[in-house]
Write a protein that binds this ligand. Structure first.
Ligand code: AP5
Length: 215
């Protein structure tokens, strides 16, 4: 089962990726995480990506594609993969199709997590992430037991620099202009399934399982 999770910033792509990986053993490929890992290493790719990410703009296709191809090359034919945050425009979608075809692979399902703007702003401005293990919290929806401290490993929690309200609004605008067109792109290929992502985590996940024929 090869899946793409499509949706605005804050739709819950990372959250539901974690649940799908837990339940189905899929390989999770998040281009946002790959870029942040490069940034942490201060590699040339990471440094180039930083200026775009800080502004909430898309990183150039060529940079992201290089990371994605590396991640796809590491996939062993098995349970399948889950793409989170890729593709983000039609050009990336075309390159993905070509790359997968060259490896006799394809996408089975695109899950479109449909979320409203107000929900996104609340979710992203309240998101906190563990510096050590990457666990994700929310100051209201999923607070840690001790403020600022990760329940899982005791690490410090931080706010992503692109999760300020100003940058979230910019990211939503970029999503509307560049990524939203992919909904029709995958609808015409008859592999799109839409899910109401305004609901609670568990209710949204229930709908995802239904769309995947797993419930
Ligand atoms: P990326 O890291 O991919 O960010 P994003 O797409 O903006 O998505 P987010 O990670 O913000 O949100 P999410 O949908 O994963 O939500 P989450 O589950 O964490 O990209 C960052 C940047 O990298 C981009 O702006 C761009 O610059 C660059 N980039 C990445 N990929 C690229 C590409 N392909 N091309 C070019 N540039 C690229 O949830 C958010 C919060 O809400 C959490 O606190 C969570 O606990 C909570 N939550 C989630 N679901 C629910 C729910 N149902 N109910 C209650 N709370 C919930």
């Amino acid at each position: 089962m090869n899946i793409v999770l499509l949706g605005a910033p804050g739709a819950g792509k990372g959250t539901h990726s974690e649940m799908l990986v837990r339940d189905f053993g899929l390989k999770h490929i998040s281009t946002g995480d790959l870029l942040r890992a490069e940034l942490k290493k201060a590699s040339p790719v990471g440094l180039e990506a930083k200026s775009y990410m800080d502004k909430g703009s898309l990183v150039p296709d060529a940079v992201v594609m290089k990371l994605l191809v590396g991640a796809i090359a590491g996939i062993k034919h098995g349970n399948g993969f889950l793409l989170d945050g890729f593709p983000r425009n039609e050009s990336q979608a075309g390159m993905l199709e070509e790359e997968l075809a060259s490896r006799n692979m394809n996408i089975d399902r695109v899950l479109y997590l449909n979320v409203s703007k107000d929900v996104v702003i609340k979710r992203l401005t309240g998101r906190r992430i563990c510096k050590s293990c990457g666990a994700v919290y929310h100051v209201f929806n999923m607070p840690p037991k001790r403020e600022g401290v990760c329940d899982k490993c005791g690490g410090d929690l931080y706010q992503r620099p692109d999760d300020t309200e100003e940058t979230v609004l910019r990211r939503l605008e970029v999503y509307r202009k560049e990524t939203e067109g992919l909904i029709n792109y995958y609808k015409t290929r008859k592999i799109l399934a839409e899910v109401n992502a305004d609901l609670s985590r568990d209710n949204t996940y229930g709908l995802i399982l239904q769309k995947l024929g797993k419930k």
